[in-house]
Write a protein that binds this ligand. Structure first.
Ligand SMILES: O=C(O)CCC(=O)C(=O)O
Ligand SMILES: [Fe+2]
Length: 325
């Protein structure tokens, strides 16, 4: 059987021999193996078994792309747009996507979706999305048709291979257990997967909420099956310096019964149409968590509900340094 030297790498890593694994991949990279260049890039992004080094990761992505690695091309586009390892550069990212689209149908799909958006040359929306006020204080606004049907589909597809049951650390044992409040599958679109479509949508969310895109946590997709729900909660976090000031929810489909977003203290129940977004302020004027914003995603009675959430902090933060405490 034809085996590549890279096949041994995972075995070496799991058996605690990272140096040997790195040697093999470095040799393969020197011999011009695109997958080896991509592997070195991802190791420098993850910070294991090589140190976190975004600049080095970018160099390996560029060389992997030059020798024809398709996934490296999309990751290079993402980091070029969101500023991983170099200042964010939308025009450069778009040019890279155009080049990738010539040989990769997935990149061509991304390009078509971005071209259908009304953006200025720096990738910002030309117009601020329009909203209707659902509640004055706390501020709750609905943005009808915030996303197109194709954009909703794109987000669901981007989440597909990442969806897994929402988990939480058990405060008593420290062990990971199913999240007792958020009973759903979830997927987090981190900076390496923030393709240009999702980047542009994250910037649209920033424009709509009057925030900087760097204040937003990674876009999180939630998929609720029958009986699943997000029990009543506040989106603020206990004892953090950089609090979640705003939440943007975007409804991605309507193939379900039940599942409305309920704000019991406001007597407000929202059943979003696909593409509608809901923005609400989590803090009172003095900056403390607003108990009136307690809300729930009600249990699904039939079908499957898809939604995405962006929790927006008060201040920008570095996504590579982890979610701020
Ligand atoms: O599913 C919903 O309607 C609510 C989601 C939610 O509360 C959240 O993502 O923070
Ligand atoms: Fe919430």
């Amino acid at each position: 059987m034809d085996t590549s030297p890279l096949d041994r790498v995972d075995a070496l890593l799991t058996s605690g021999q990272p140096d040997a694994a790195v040697d093999i991949v470095r040799q393969a990279a020197a011999a011009g193996d695109a997958a080896a260049h991509f592997r070195l890039a991802t190791w420098h992004l993850i910070g294991d078994p090589l140190p976190r080094n975004l600049q080095a990761a970018r160099r390996y992505l560029t060389s992997a792309v030059a020798i024809g690695h398709v996934d490296a091309a999309l990751m290079e586009v993402a980091l070029t747009a969101n500023g991983g390892g170099a200042p964010a550069d939308w025009p450069a990212a778009l040019a890279l996507l155009e080049r990738a689209a010539a040989g990769d149908p997935l990149a061509a799909d991304h390009l078509r979706l971005v071209q259908a958006m009304k953006l200025d040359p720096s990738g910002l929306p030309l117009a601020s999305p329009s909203a209707e006020v659902l509640y004055e204080k706390p501020d709750v606004r609905r943005f009808p048709s915030f996303l197109s049907a194709a954009e909703c589909r794109h987000i669901a597809l981007a989440a597909q291979d990442l969806l897994a049951p929402a988990l939480v650390a058990d405060p008593r044992t420290g062990r990971t257990i199913p999240n007792p409040i958020r009973v759903a599958d979830e997927a987090v679109i981190g900076p390496t997967r923030e393709d240009l479509v999702i980047r542009a949508i994250n910037r649209r969310i920033a424009t709509a909420s009057g925030t900087d895109v760097a204040q937003g946590e990674a876009l999180t997709i939630l998929r609720y099956g029958k009986g699943q729900q997000f029990k009543p909660h506040l989106d603020t976090l206990p004892a953090v310096l950089n609090q979640r000031g705003w939440t943007m929810l975007i409804y991605l489909n309507d193939q379900y019964h039940g599942g409305e977003t309920l704000f019991p203290r406001l007597d407000l129940k929202v059943k979003g149409r696909p593409g509608d977004a809901l923005l609400f302020r989590n803090l009172t004027d003095d900056g403390s968590p607003d108990p009136a914003t307690i809300h729930a995603g009600l249990p699904i009675e039939a079908g499957v509900k898809w939604l995405c959430t962006r929790w927006i902090r008060q201040e920008p933060f570095d996504p590579w340094a982890g979610v701020p405490a």
